[in-house]
Design a protein around this ligand. Structure first.
Ligand code: C2E
Ligand code: CA
Ligand code: CA
Length: 834
């Protein structure tokens, strides 16, 4: 208990006792000291301690003055200067009593006055304190945070309405008041669910001097299941001396806040996970300036950049856009809202381009408008689309337009030409004897040629023209805008077609093999709006047939009359197949003469067509070659001729004959050719030395090694070779030395022209000289006049074949030509010597 709170009555008794001690005690002490010990003190020796003591007791100068005066009078009265104890006279005693009473009265009055003043000050203090308390209480009540204050023992001495709410009490009256009661009602645990023992609760901790802010705990009232989370500020309350006199705890219910925080965190985690694991490249960059703020892993993989190369830099700096215009367009789209499926071509760090589909929208991050974009690499889809388009419209082998695309183009230009009144041309280009290459060197080589032809054709057309492959060895060039009239257009188309002819007929080098392949071109002019596309194509086709029939390496324009010829050709192909089966082929023999004597014959094929009559080989051999029916046909000829050789060998007039058989290139390059010839020789018993195979130089140009190989084997068996049409071929002179030939045959064209055309004569002379130099016999074919014969003889050629001597004749007619065997003959053939 505080001293200030002692009852007033007790205080008065003490004062009176002290006062008595002062008046009586001090004089008595002086007297005792003087009488017993002889020590003399002057009366005022006690005066000052008395005053001081009284002042200490009362603390009031008023009381002090009276007290001091009383003490002096008492000391004087009781012990005058002698220091001896005197017994006062009654008057003196009375005076002493009166003085004492006055002194005492004044003391009491002084004290009263002092206490009244004290009381007034106390009341004022109390008022202030009450005001403070009220304000504090009001403040506490108005707080949304729960506040509770405990005393030094831990018992609650104050709390607010929010405290009731905090602990889920309906009214403030329901709140518990003692800490023990509280502990029974509430359970406290850490956020991890670890229960806290009461000693670790916040009030005991604060009372131990601990303090903290935003300290989170989980709470639960034992009578409910409902849990909540509080965030606490707590600490001790100290008095002026720093002594802990209580604890204050401020709490806030953060359950909802926590739930929202957790939701936000979970959503943030989800967003992060989606962001980082997405296969699409996600990027956030500022709307203005395009500076990258965040990017995901897929972005780095797609762009090829490292993270720190991207963050803080702009998409333009990185050069991600192939066209800066693309970003502007994206910004324009974003002005209308989020954009989806925007297809753009981007550039990777490596410079490689790729197609991306982008979705983007604008969001605000920390007050800055940003673009969030997700981009998917769709290059493979794009390539696939392109591939499909290419497959649909382009020929995979040559990369040229395919039939479908060509027809589309022709349709378009036909429509356009009606409007512009400008003519167009279709140039249908077909390779001559392409099948031969395929058959002899195989399809891969054929493919190489087709590609090489495509490349050359491209150099012959303008960019505006459309070039394509219709299939096989057939190409089509669509040439537009050729002029207002058909004649004008034809003139232009002719130039184009001639360029193609001259470009294609130069030798090709195919994987080390030199190959010559000419082409034929059919041309149809269109654009008057009457014909449809298939009609125009058909016309070009008809023209092409005519070009082919004209001997290849040539071009023809379409004329309607060609239709019939084309039909006939189709019919021929069919009847050729039947003719072989029906034995409609006949062999004619044309004699070969040396110095007027018959030394041999050339077997020439005829087709005794049931409807068309006797057909010359030119009408069906090319077709037979194309359809490969030349192989069985050729074998049949060889077998027939060999049988004839065997027969003639028994006749003295013909035993020395050398019989020539024409061999087609298709036959020669056929794998079984050598075997077939040998088997036929064996089967028929013909003397191989009597057989002479005629090859043209042009057929030796391609795959000369194979030809040399086969010729050498047959040569070893005794078979001879004649080089037909000599002088018309290409570069066979280089190989001539290596070819095992027995005879050169001057081509008919030189013989025909040599008397009128100097260069033909020179060629004929050169061939003869060459053959002499090589020790090879030479024969001139197509000799029709004695002038020709004389001219040839003059140049040193003495062996002839031609109408001058004999036309090709059926066997019986040919044999009828054989003279009786004469003495001259015997001499000529050296029989007499034998
Ligand atoms: P080729 O091998 O150059 O045959 C010579 C051609 O010249 C023959 O024509 C013959 O009738 C002709 N001829 C001969 N002397 C004269 C003449 O004085 N004046 C004229 N204007 N022509 C003459 P043909 O029989 O029509 O044969 C044409 C071509 O057909 C032959 O040219 C040959 O390349 C080919 N051929 C003929 N028979 C066969 C055969 O059995 N097999 C193969 N693969 N081709 C053959
Ligand atoms: Ca011949
Ligand atoms: Ca010939």
């Amino acid at each position: 208990m505080d001293g200030a709170k002692r009852p007033a009555i007790i205080r008065s008794v003490q004062q009176w006792a002290m006062l008595a001690l002062l008046f009586i005690g001090f004089p008595l002490v002086r007297v005792i000291l003087a009488e017993q010990f002889g020590v003399q003190f002057p009366p005022f020796f006690f005066f000052f301690p008395a005053i001081t003591f009284a002042a200490l007791i009362y603390g009031l100068w008023g009381g002090l003055g009276t007290t001091a005066a009383s003490a002096v009078v008492a000391a004087w009265l009781m012990s005058p200067a002698a220091g001896k104890l005197q017994y006062p006279s009654p008057s003196k005693a009375l005076a002493l009593i009166i003085f004492s009473l006055i002194g005492g009265f004044m003391c009491v009055m002084g004290d009263r006055f002092r206490r009244t003043r004290q009381r007034v000050t106390d009341l004022e203090h109390e008022k202030i304190e009450r005001g403070n308390k009220a304000r504090l209480a009001a403040a506490l009540e108005s707080m949304t945070d729960a506040v509770f204050i405990s005393d030094a023992t831990g018992n609650f001495i104050n709390f607010n309405l929010a405290f009731a709410k905090f602990h889920r009490f309906k009214r403030i009256e329901d709140c518990v008041r003692s800490s023990a009661e509280f502990r029974n009602l509430i359970e406290i645990s850490t956020l991890d669910g670890e229960p806290l023992p009461p000693s670790m609760w916040l009030t005991p901790r604060a009372l131990r001097g601990e303090s903290s802010t935003n300290y989170e705990l989980s709470l639960r009232r034992r009578d409910t299941e409902d849990k909540w989370i509080g965030s606490f500020n707590f600490g001790p309350i100290r008095d002026d001396e720093g002594e802990i006199i209580g604890a204050v705890i401020v709490a806030r219910d953060v359950t909802e806040q926590k739930r929202i925080d957790n939701m936000v965190r979970a959503s943030e985690t989800r967003y992060r996970t989606v962001f980082q694991t997405s296969l699409d490249a996600i990027a956030i960059n500022t709307l203005r300036g395009a500076v990258y703020i965040d990017i995901n892993q897929a972005f780095l993989e797609m762009s090829g950049y490292e993270r720190d190369e991207v963050i803080g830099r702009t998409s333009l700096e990185l050069g991600l856009w192939t066209a800066p215009h693309d970003r502007e367009q994206l910004l324009n789209l974003l002005k209308q809202g989020p954009c989806r499926s925007y297809q753009i071509r981007f550039r990777r760090k490596s410079g490689e381009l790729f197609w991306g589909v982008m979705s983007a929208s604008v969001i605000e991050i920390d007050g800055t408008p940003c673009i969030v974009s997700a981009t998917r690499d769709v290059s493979h889809v794009k390539w696939a689309e392109e591939e499909i388009r290419n497959l649909a419209l382009f020929d995979p082998l040559t990369g040229l337009a395919n039939r479908r695309f060509l027809i589309e183009q022709v349709k378009k230009s036909a429509a356009l030409s009606v409007q512009t009144h400008r003519k167009c041309a279709l140039l249908l280009i077909d390779l001559d004897n392409f099948k031969i290459l395929n058959d002899t060197l195989g399809h891969p080589m054929g493919d190489l040629l087709l590609q090489a032809v495509a490349t050359r054709l491209q150099s012959c057309v303008r960019e505006a023209d459309t070039l394509g492959r219709l299939g096989g060895d057939e190409y089509l060039a669509l040439v537009e805008d050729l002029g207002g009239t058909a004649e004008e257009a034809a003139a232009h188309a002719l130039v184009r077609a001639e360029k193609i002819l001259s470009t294609l007929d130069k030798p090709y080098l195919l994987d080390g093999h030199e190959w010559v392949c000419t082409c034929s071109i059919g041309i149809a002019i269109f654009g008057d709006g009457h014909e449809n596309v298939s009609e125009a194509l058909q016309q070009a086709e008809l023209a092409l047939y005519q070009a082919k029939a004209a001997g290849r390496n040539s071009l023809r324009f379409f004329e309607p009359a060609l239709q019939a010829a084309v039909n006939a050709r189709a019919a021929l192909e069919e009847s050729l197949r039947q003719g072989i089966n029906a034995d409609q082929f006949v062999i004619f023999y044309q004699g070969q003469f040396e110095q007027g004597r018959l030394v041999g014959a050339e077997a020439l094929l005829r087709w005794n067509h049931p409807a068309l009559g006797m057909l010359p080989p030119a009408n069906f051999i090319p077709l037979a070659e194309e359809t490969r029916s030349i192989i069985p046909l050729g074998n049949w000829i060889l077998e027939s001729v060999c049988r004839q050789i065997a027969l003639w060998s028994k006749d003295r007039r013909t035993a020395h004959f050398k019989v020539s058989v024409n061999v087609s290139v298709v036959q020669l390059h056929q794998h079984e050719f050598v075997d077939d010839v040998i088997k036929i020789l064996q089967r028929t018993g013909a003397n191989p030395h009597s057989l002479r195979l005629e090859l043209t130089e042009s057929m030796l140009v391609s795959n000369v090694e194979d030809a040399i190989h086969k010729m050498t084997i047959l040569k070893q068996h005794g078979v001879g070779f004649s080089l037909d049409d000599f002088g018309t071929g290409y570069s066979s002179l280089a190989y001539l030395r290596r070819l095992p030939v027995d005879q050169l045959k001057i081509d008919r064209s030189f013989v025909r022209d040599m008397l009128t055309d100097a260069s033909s004569g020179v060629i004929a002379q050169t061939i003869i000289t060459l053959s002499k130099a090589m020790g090879l016999p030479v024969i001139a074919e197509g000799v029709e006049t004695t002038e020709q014969m004389a001219f040839l003889e003059g140049m040193g050629c003495h062996c002839f074949q031609g109408f001058l001597f004999s036309r090709p004749l059926p066997l019986d007619e040919f044999e009828r030509m054989l003279p009786e065997f004469t003495l001259d003959d015997a001499l000529f053939y050296g029989e007499l010597k034998a």
